[in-house]
Design a protein around this ligand. Structure first.
Ligand code: IVH
Length: 687
């Protein structure tokens, strides 16, 4: 019989267990329970709490799934105002900041700083009374914010109850953000469901946090890193900011891993450089770093000006958004005929690079932006990607802007254009007749992942085509020394080098050859699967769409593109010419190997030493294996490189065999069930 006492104990026990596993999973990133078991614990708790309302609690981990929807957000005045930070954009500005500090402190000593990434999310303030989260609020205008307690409770790495030696009342501040991976998945799902996509992780985090229905917030992949304490009562706190962050960590908060103490301002600048290098590998967006004087005593002495502390500064990465004018819109024809509108811009420096073009993607994008020629626009450059138009500044319209007219014929070859139902792009129907498609096709053929013809860059291909020396990739192999050396800016030596490179490229692999043909949607991995599966080109050329779909990862659309490609007699003629006249050869792929790992599912994690995870994935897939993104009971083995984290722990908890990188390579070179069995037996014995 369940007595009230045993139920009360069970509820308490479940909460304790779930809290512990949450912490292991979301803060320490090393879970020990399979998801299914965690879900069972949570379900049992939710069930007991609904049956026995007397045992409900506002800090129960069941709150993570969200609660009743609100009609609107209540406002709340922060106990201490939430300040912002002054910005610096160059090392000089940072040094001036340091000098100001020293002048104010009346001595020129070196100072210890705490260096932290400036997370690109939203500031929140969390109040804990008696160790329980009682209130969460947005920053608002710094004085008054909005109450978002229910929503914040759904963020998995925010502790609902503190652990250890915490103060009776403490306000903790930090940034709520969405990881890039979470953002990508969220947008992919939105696309599938025909819902609105978010422009960037910051907007997605903001939109998720300001949901009136916390059940929606609960489904969004949000995280929080704590970066400061606000109002605190009754406790002794460390006298160093960095140590305080460590205290927060002990109470159960997640702190950004990149936080470091530095002995002086020059080492802060070195930190900036090293974070800039790392930026593209971080799992979340940051827009700079923050330097804070580490000594709390000095922070007190220095105090605040207006809305920012004197003792801290944000060293921002160069602006990635700028404003400029759209001078014209032109249409570019790609290798597969896709016609892309490109905005010609009044040149403007963005993050150190002069930008004069931006891609507009397609007609839908132009409609979404409501863009006209002559508009003033905001453009953004992120990393190495092509600059994008973010929005039109309506206020700057003059009235003489012109609409963007889409061509009804190809701007290069005048063939009619086609827009296929359900596709956003328009395409030139000229195929080989279109010079632009030919040029792009030859560039692709020569590119590194295809035939890798050294020295045959984009410019040179364009020159060769416009001089009418070549029309197709096959013509490359009948070029003579004099053909090439007569070109502008081409010496005899470079011409000879190109001939040598062409000669060398004759010996290739079947996979590279297939990839080089530039069949629509046939990337490197698909080309490799085709080569492995069929072993030779003839069976690929005569395969039906159904045959092709037997290969893992080839769906009906790709299969159709391949079938259509080889049904065209001009393509067949090109392939024959490349082989018979140009002498392209490759080693036969042993067809016996194809599909030898069919039926096995792997997960790859950690850092591999001899090849990238993608390469290993492609090699396994080419042998018919499946490679999944997460560990589950269906996983046959986990391939674990260096620094493997939560996936390794999960595989161990599910007793899934673990292979080292060398084991996986042995399996790829000898792909047999016997070898697989032997490898997992050895690994379980720790050999
Ligand atoms: S400290 C008084 N540390 O930047 C100090 N802020 O411009 C106030 N931010 O609203 C903030 N990462 O949203 C601090 N490591 C970090 C931060 C950070 C991001 C944001 C925060 C704040 C804004 C200030």
């Amino acid at each position: 019989m369940d007595t009230p006492e045993t139920i009360k104990e069970r509820v308490a026990d479940l909460r304790k267990q779930i809290n512990r596993h949450n912490h292991l999973y979301y803060v320490l990133d090393s879970p020990i329970l399979p998801d299914a078991e965690y879900d069972r614990l949570m379900q049992e708790l939710v069930m007991l709490e609904s049956q026995y309302p007397e045992y409900r609690s506002a800090t129960s981990p069941s709150q993570r799934v969200g609660g009743e929807a609100l009609a609107g957000f209540e406002q709340v005045t922060h106990r201490l105002p939430m300040l912002s930070l002054d910005n610096a954009f160059s090392p000089e500005e940072v040094r001036r900041f340091s000098k100001r500090l020293n002048d104010r402190l009346n001595n020129q000593e070196e100072r210890v700083f705490c260096c932290e990434p400036k997370l690109d999310g939203l500031a929140v303030s969390l109040v804990y009374e008696g160790g329980k989260l009682v209130q969460a609020a947005t920053r608002g205008d710094g004085e008054i914010g909005e109450l978002i307690t229910q929503n914040v409770k759904t963020i998995r790495n925010v502790p609902l109850e503190l652990v250890g030696d915490f103060p009776s009342l403490v306000e903790v501040r930090g940034e709520v953000f969405m990881t890039l991976e979470g953002f990508k998945k969220l947008n992919e799902e939105a696309l599938r469901n025909n819902e609105k996509v978010f422009a960037n992780p910051r907007n997605a985090a903001a939109g998720s946090l300001r949901q009136l229905d916390s059940k929606i917030t609960a489904k969004r992949p949000l995280s929080m890193y704590a970066y400061a304490m606000g109002y605190v009562e009754n406790t002794t706190l460390a006298e160093s900011h960095f140590e305080r962050l460590m205290q927060l960590k002990e109470w159960g908060f997640a702190i950004c891993d990149e936080v470091e103490q530095k002995p002086n301002i020059e080492s802060c600048l070195a930190y900036f450089e090293s974070i800039s290098q790392k930026r593209s590998q971080l799992a979340y967006d940051i827009d700079g770093v923050v330097y804070k004087i580490d000594s709390i005593a000095l922070q007190r002495t220095l105090g605040f000006v207006a809305k920012a502390p004197r003792w801290a500064i944000a060293h921002k990465f160069p602006a990635v958004e700028e404003m400029t004018k759209v001078l014209d819109v032109e249409f570019q024809v790609g290798r597969t005929g896709a016609i892309t509108p490109v905005a010609r811009l009044e040149p403007v420096p963005v993050a150190g690079v002069t930008v004069s073009n931006a891609t507009l993607h397609n007609q839908d994008e132009i409609a979404r932006l409501k863009l006209k020629i002559g508009d003033t626009v905001v453009i953004r450059r992120a990393g190495d990607v092509i600059p994008q138009v973010v929005r039109v500044i309506d206020d700057y319209r003059q009235g003489d802007e012109r609409p963007i007219l889409f061509p009804s014929e190809c701007p290069v070859c005048s063939s009619p254009v086609q827009r296929i139902e359900g596709e956003a792009v328009i395409r030139c129907t000229g195929n080989y007749f279109c010079r632009a498609q030919r040029v792009e096709g030859i560039k692709h053929f020569a590119s590194r992942k295809a035939l890798d013809i050294d020295g045959l860059g984009d410019k040179l291909v364009e020159q060769l085509v416009s001089e009418e020396l070549i029309e197709s990739p096959a013509d490359l192999y009948s070029l003579s020394l004099s053909d090439i050396s007569q070109l502008e800016r081409m010496g005899e030596k470079s011409a000879q080098n190109l001939l040598n490179a062409l000669e060398k490229s004759r010996k290739t692999s079947l996979a590279k050859f297939i990839y080089a043909l530039g069949i629509r949607e046939v990337g490197e991995a698909t080309a490799r699967s085709l080569a492995q599966y069929f072993g030779d080109l003839n069976p690929v050329m005569s395969a039906s769409s159904e045959d092709l779909q037997r290969i893992n990862d080839i769906g009906p659309i790709v299969a159709q593109h391949i079938e259509t490609y080889f049904a065209d007699c001009r393509n067949k003629a090109l392939v024959e010419r490349l082989i018979d006249q140009c002498g392209l050869t490759w080693e036969k792929v042993s067809i016996e190997n194809a599909q030898r790992l069919a039926g096995l599912t792997f997960v790859i994690t950690g850092t591999l030493e001899t090849l990238s995870r993608d390469e290993m994935k492609a090699q396994l897939m080419a042998l018919g294996a499946k490679v999944a993104g997460s560990v589950s009971k269906q996983t046959d083995a986990l391939i674990a490189g260096k620094k493997a984290g939560s996936k390794l722990t999960k595989a161990q908890s599910l007793a899934i065999p673990i292979l080292q990188e060398t084991d996986a390579r042995s399996l790829i070179s000898e792909p047999s069930e016997q070898n697989f069995k032997r490898l997992i037996e050895d690994s379980s014995k720790g050999i």
